[in-house]
Structure formats: structure tokens, C-alpha cells
Design a protein around this ligand. Sequence first.
Ligand SMILES: [Ca+2]
Length: 98
Amino acid sequence: MKKRLVAVLVAGLIAFPMVGTSSAHVTRSDAASSTAAPSYGNCTQLHHRWRYGVAKTRRAARRQVNTGHYRPHVSRAGYLANDHLDADNDLTACEVSL
Ligand SMILES: [Ca+2]
């Protein structure tokens, strides 16, 4: 009787973690693909998505407006995926002058 109970418990411990990890893996990969910001090779491509560039913060976007640029879109993830296009390191990639 006791041996059978142990066998059921062991079987449960083996079966449930496998189910749990496989479903968690699917959820994790789905979340990563839906939230990943696109990375572009140049500003022409980036401007198809964000016409006036992409700023890391609202403060950086405001600075662009105050220095004679159109207001860029604000997206931290979008900026971080494209910070290689921010040549002057002012926290806005591909800003557009007025
Ligand atoms: Ca810049």
C-alpha cells in the first residue's frame, strides 16, 4: 500500500514538471516575439515605421523639438534596438530637422 502511494507521488513529480516547463517555454517565446522592437539597418528603413525617428525618453524627444526637429516617437525598446543609428548619442535615433 505504502509502496503504491510512493510510486504515484514519484510519477506525479516526473510528469508535472515536464508539462509545466514545456508550456512555460511556449509562453516565453511568444512573449519575446510579440514585444521585441524591430531593429533597422539605416534611418530610411526606420523612418518607414517612425517618421521622425525614435527617442529613448520623453525628455529626449522634447530636446529634439527645442533644437529644431520634429517630435520623434518615444519608445525605450525601440530606441535600444536602434541605438546604433544615433550617431550623436543624444538618445534619439534618426531625428529629422524641421
Ligand atoms: Ca541622435
